[in-house]
Design a protein around this ligand. Structure first.
Ligand code: GDP
Length: 293
């Protein structure tokens, strides 16, 4: 599915494949490859180094340019990173997954899709609608809840987000559920406000059970802006994994590398559309395969 989603619409893969498959890989072609990589938000330094490495290996080892490019891309995506989600707790407590990110990044959608996956794995799940600033956000989460068959804990509009998160976690603990997934508010009002709010949500939730996974949802199409957001959120709460959304139809896949290097945590999931089944575990090998065939 990753392949269909990415290859069908991905200008990056098509462009790279056309260039790397040429008989004559002259300087101009390598420059075009570098430009495409930079355009994919891989970053200038990483793009230049990558092309340099591929050219050197090709010269020294011979062989097939596409295979070497694929190999180097996979290496850059950090294939050894642990991308498993911590969705279960210890000592009979549920796993608590906090989902953070700015409004519009795809948080609520991701929570819904993630619940779908967890339910499919036979886990008992409850969702917490801790984005209490927009009534629409809780409504949207309830729609997802009924779509995937899980209960949603919500508070009154304007309620303290941390109290809703606490209630959701309590529901998980009291009923012996496996996982509590908490959708948070994404107002990036100012750094201090965000840190205070998310810090409190985490602190209060942990009166019930430890947060086992904190996922930052980033919109892949926002480029450098996404990196700035990532930095701010990582200072507010310790991010343990990134969900990169809207990779479908985006030629910006290179951002994966920058995000991982910036945060030092892996991209664990990717969003590939708006539907309930459009969330996939991120695999460097599958990703590069989808790009370059
Ligand atoms: P939130 O404000 O962070 O909770 O963002 P939402 O979950 O409301 O998502 C914002 C918009 O992005 C909605 O229209 C979603 O359908 C859309 N969206 C979320 N994830 C994806 C994705 O992976 N691909 C695409 N194409 N759209 C997405």
């Amino acid at each position: 599915r990753l392949k269909q989603r990415l290859a069908g619409s991905n200008a990056l893969g098509r462009g790279l494949l056309a260039l790397i498959s040429r008989d004559q890989l002259d300087d101009a072609t390598w420059e075009s490859i570098e430009d495409l990589l930079i355009g994919s938000d891989l970053g200038v330094k990483a793009s230049t180094e990558l092309v340099e490495k591929v050219r050197t290996r090709l010269r020294v080892e011979g062989g097939d340019a596409r295979t070497i490019l694929k190999d180097e891309l996979v290496t850059l995506l950090d294939p050894a990173a642990d991308r498993r989600l911590q969705v279960t707790g210890e000592g009979g407590k549920p796993g608590i997954v906090l989902v953070v990110g700015v409004n519009g990044a795809g948080k609520t959608t991701t929570v819904g899709k993630l619940a779908r996956i967890l339910v499919a794995e036979d886990r008992k799940v409850v969702l917490g609608a801790a984005d209490t600033f927009r009534a629409a956000a809780a409504d949207q989460l309830e729609t997802w809840g009924s779509r995937v068959g899980v209960e949603v804990v919500r508070g009154a509009e304007g309620a303290d987000p941390s109290s809703v998160a606490f209630d959701a976690a309590k529901e998980g603990v009291d009923h012996g559920l496996d996982t509590v997934v908490i959708d948070t508010a994404g107002r990036l009002q100012n750094k201090q406000g965000l840190m205070d709010e998310l810090g409190k949500v985490k602190r209060v939730t942990e009166k019930q059970a430890p947060v086992t996974e904190t996922l930052l949802v980033l919109d892949a199409t926002t480029g450098q802006n996404g990196l700035v957001q990532a930095r701010v959120f990582n200072e507010a709460v310790d991010i343990t994994g990134v969900v990169l959304t809207k990779l479908d139809g985006s030629a910006k896949g290179g951002i994966v590398v920058q995000v991982q290097q910036e945060l030092g945590v892996p991209v664990k999931l990717v969003g590939l559309g708006e539907g309930p089944d459009d969330l996939a575990p991120f695999s460097p090998e599958a990703f590069v395969d989808a790009l370059l065939g």
